[in-house]
Ligand binder design. Structure first.
Ligand code: 13P
Ligand code: SF4
Length: 316
């Protein structure tokens, strides 16, 4: 696929809109995408909302999922008859990568009698080993819907798993995985920022480590943090999740200030997910034009991986 650089952004946006209509495509974008991709999308949302929207799209022939690979796979599992495209097939996820399916299968074997709950940030192979999926937006609700004495394995995010254990009193057995973006926020620097801006509220994604979660005024998925920023009386927020969400926060609350939480190393650009940021408007145009890269999933695995997603949507 050849990707040309466009100097004229307005012409590029017009070309995407035209191509999208001609091809009967719908563009879905996660909140971590670059602002100009969020602005051109038909729907934006957190990973739960994107799955819910994909499951209800009837008329589209093509879905372009601007996010990371597992989000494209989720859309394909829910819409097997549609063509699902992603602007950059190499947009992976360090959290999904921290849980190889063969090792997870072994972990499950070592814990017989446990229900397997997985975060949606996983490969289709891990989904196929799972009883019910969750996102950060519905994890608490779904875990609480299971009988109190049910033995549970939770993977792959140890931080989200720890957070859910703490708020529900469950003792889920946790897979030891993490996201390279959310693990790198500096608790010390955020505490220092809070001292400089005592009026500010600290917004934290549950993929962050426990000491940071304990500093938070609000913990939640990207959609929950955005909704909180909208309705809160506070005027300043320190945002400890990927920086793309700040684009929506500023649009929703132009009179409020949003400070991106710093990472441990000031040169690391920690609050950018390098995978999410692989997608560009140029790649979005090229992927619509050439109808590639396309997500394809072996039907045998898809059949098993679809069940825990459908169970999640029914419980959400
Ligand atoms: P959300 O479930 O909040 O959309 O988060 C997805 C994700 O990848 C977080 O890093
Ligand atoms: Fe994966 Fe982390 Fe990027 Fe989210 S921010 S897509 S969990 S690597």
């Amino acid at each position: 696929m050849s990707v040309e650089k466009w100097e004229d952004r307005e012409a590029l946006k017009a070309a995407i809109k035209k191509m999208k209509q001609e091809k009967g495509a719908v563009i879905l974008a996660h909140y971590y995408q670059q602002g100009e991709i969020q602005d051109i999308a038909d729907h934006i949302g957190d990973s739960l909302a994107l799955a819910q929207i994909a499951s209800k799209l009837e008329d589209a022939r093509i879905i372009v999922l601007c996010g990371v690979h597992f989000m494209g796979e989720t859309a394909k599992l829910l819409c097997p008859d549609k063509k699902v495209l992603v602007p950059d097939a190499s947009a992976g996820c360090s959290l999904a990568d921290s849980c190889p399916a063969d090792e997870f299968a072994q972990f499950i074997k070592e814990h017989p009698g446990h229900t397997v709950v997985s975060y949606v940030n996983t490969s289709v192979e891990v989904k196929a080993l799972t009883d019910v999926l969750v996102t950060s937006g519905n994890a608490r609700k779904i875990i609480e819907s299971l009988p109190a004495d049910e033995k549970i394995i939770f993977g792959p995010d140890r931080n989200l798993g720890n957070y859910i254990n703490n708020i529900t009193g469950r003792q889920m057995v946790l897979w030891d995985g993490a996201c390279h973006v959310h693990e790198k926020f500096s608790v010390e620097k955020i505490a220092e920022l809070k001292r400089e801006h005592p009026e500010a509220e600290v917004l934290v994604h549950p993929e962050c480590r426990r000491p940071l979660v304990m500093l938070a005024d609000k913990v939640g998925s990207t959609a929950v943090l955005l909704a909180h920023a909208r309705q809160s009386e506070a005027k300043t927020f320190i945002v400890a999740t990927e920086s793309g969400i700040i684009h929506q926060m500023k649009k929703a609350c132009p009179d409020k200030e949003f400070i991106a939480a710093p990472g441990e190393d000031s040169t690391c650009g920690c609050n950018d997910c390098s995978y999410m940021k692989l997608n560009t408007l140029e790649k979005l145009y090229a992927c619509l034009r050439d109808e590639t890269p396309e997500i394809t999933i072996d039907e045998k695995i898809a059949e098993r991986a679809r069940r825990p997603i459908e169970r999640m949507l029914a419980l959400s």
